[in-house]
Structures are given as structure tokens and as C-alpha cells.
Design a protein around this ligand. Structure first.
Ligand SMILES: [Fe+2]
Ligand SMILES: [Fe+2]
Length: 278
């Protein structure tokens, strides 16, 4: 088992080598990130319904691919949740999910119209941004972990996220809508990146890492937990993960992944992350 292991699509929780778990090598910082990620991943079914509404007449193949995608995201939540319960027997995934769901629900999931990004192409660019983020995040988590079971789980998830990116990138290319300008695409991508600062990650980090009995003494403060979540995430990245992330996003908006835009965005993002962990 190494970071270079290639994990195929279609794995189940039974394929995971749970007996590889080595409690002595659990890193508390990584575990805090795993718990928060488990909650965000587990919420994917809401997004499936939304995406199916956006692509309601796109044909059975696209709708099936969306279903499959959502099932894989939920499985990520289950795998990470099971890992978190193993590494911290005081953690209860079910309770944390319930708290998270009570307090957080993205407004656009409840709508019945089209994409909140203005078009299907816009929706696919936003999805590509998210999958670029998750694939680089889990690659970084795999590379940062000395605990073998987490290396395996993060490696499997990272491979799935990369396939999801390809699915949405290909879907983007097959839309009959008119092509968007580079600036419009860039604005959509930046808009989606900025949403990562919203309540979702901060509140997931809170529900995952503050026990229910501590709520009275540690009430939720969006600013505080947004910062804690960002610092926790930023600490696991290395420069190569950031460059890969940026290249994937830049490719999704139709620019050169090895050109000036990718290089500039890569250095800016890296500098920002380093400031976060300083
Ligand atoms: Fe995922
Ligand atoms: Fe994904």
C-alpha cells in the first residue's frame, strides 16, 4: 500500500482494508479534517436531486451518471465516518450528521428551477471546481497521512473525485448551449471558489469536532470555525497539490492549464494558504 496505488472505480466499503488501521499513527489534525469532510460528503444526495432537476431532459445516461456520482459521494461520507469512529470511539457519525443537517441547508437545493449558475455549462464549471478541490484535498490527505488505513481511504476517494471531474468536464463539452466567454467562465469559477468560505465547511467542522455536550461552552461562531476549518485544510497541502488543483480549474474554463493564468493563480493560492497556516 503506497500513495501511488491505483484505485479503480466501483469499490465498496468491503474492499477497504480496515484491518490496516494503526491507532498509534493517527494524526489529530488530519482526523479533525476527516470528520468534517465526512459530513459534507454525506450530504451529497440533496445535491443529486438538484442536479437532476437541472438536467431533467438530458437523457437517461446523464441522469444515471448523476445518480452514480451521488452514490459515490455518499460512500465517501460513509467511509470517512467509519474511519473517524474507529480512530475516535467517542465520535458518533449519525449524531454529527443529524446536527449538521439541522443547522445547514443550501438554499438552492430547495428550488425547482434551473441552475443557480445561470446555465448548464455554468453548473458544470462549478462542479469541476468542486471536484478539482476535492481531488486535490484527498490527494494531499493521502500524502500527509502516516496512518495506512487513512492513506488507503483518501487514495480511493481522490481517484473517484478525479473521475467525477472528468465526468463533469465531458458533460460540459456536450452541452448544446452557446459557449460562455472566458471572463464569464472565470467569474463562475471564482464565485464557486468563494462559496467554499461559506457556512458549509465551517459548520461541518464545528459539528464534527465540537461534541454536543460542549455546545453551551463553545457556541458556533462562523468566523472562528471558518478560520479553524481553513487552517486545518491548508496545513496538509504541498505546492504540487495546489498546482494540480489550479490546472484542473483552469482547464475547466477552457484556458491553458500550463499557461500564465495557471501559474499566476497557483502562486497566489499557495501564498494565501501559507498565510493561513502561518
Ligand atoms: Fe467525494
Ligand atoms: Fe466528487
Amino acid at each position: 500500500m503506497t500513495g501511488a496505488a491505483v484505485y479503480k472505480q466501483g469499490w465498496t466499503l468491503d474492499d477497504v482494508h480496515w484491518d490496516w488501521f494503526d491507532p498509534a499513527r493517527v494524526d489529530p489534525g488530519l482526523l479533525a479534517g476527516v470528520k468534517a469532510a465526512a459530513l459534507v460528503e454525506f450530504n451529497a444526495p440533496d445535491y443529486v436531486d438538484y442536479l437532476k432537476r437541472v438536467f431533467h431532459d438530458a437523457g437517461p445516461q446523464t441522469l444515471e451518471a448523476i445518480e452514480q456520482w451521488g452514490a459515490e459521494e455518499s460512500q465517501h461520507g460513509k467511509a470517512l465516518g467509519r474511519y473517524a469512529e474507529l480512530a475516535d470511539p467517542g465520535f458518533r457519525m449519525e449524531d454529527a450528521v443529524a446536527r449538521f443537517r439541522r443547522g445547514y441547508s443550501p438554499a438552492h437545493f430547495a428550488g425547482d428551477g434551473g441552475s443557480v449558475r445561470g446555465s448548464r455549462r455554468g453548473e458544470m464549471i462549478a462542479r469541476c471546481v468542486v471536484e478539482s478541490g476535492t481531488s486535490s484535498y484527498y490527494s494531499a490527505m493521502r500524502d500527509a497521512s502516516e496512518e495506512p488505513l487513512l492513506r488507503e481511504i483518501a487514495g480511493r476517494i481522490a481517484a473517484d473525485e478525479y473521475r467525477h471531474y472528468k465526468l463533469f468536464y465531458d458533460t460540459l463539452g456536450t452541452q448544446k448551449e452557446p459557449e460562455l466567454s472566458l471572463w464569464r467562465k472565470l467569474l463562475i469559477a471564482i464565485g464557486r471558489v468563494r462559496e467554499s468560505d461559506d457556512d458549509e465547511l465551517a459548520f461541518a467542522f464545528y459539528c464534527a469536532n465540537v461534541k454536543p455536550e460542549e455546545e453551551a461552552t463553545k457556541p458556533y461562531d462562523r468566523k472562528v470555525y471558518s478560520r479553524l476549518s481553513a487552517v486545518n485544510g491548508a496545513s496538509i497541502y504541498s505546492r504540487k497539490h495546489i498546482q494540480k488543483l489550479v490546472q484542473m480549474v483552469v482547464k475547466a474554463i477552457g484556458a491553458d492549464p500550463h499557461g500564465w493564468l495557471a501559474n499566476l493563480a497557483g502562486s497566489l493560492l499557495w501564498r494565501r494558504l501559507q498565510k493561513n497556516v502561518a
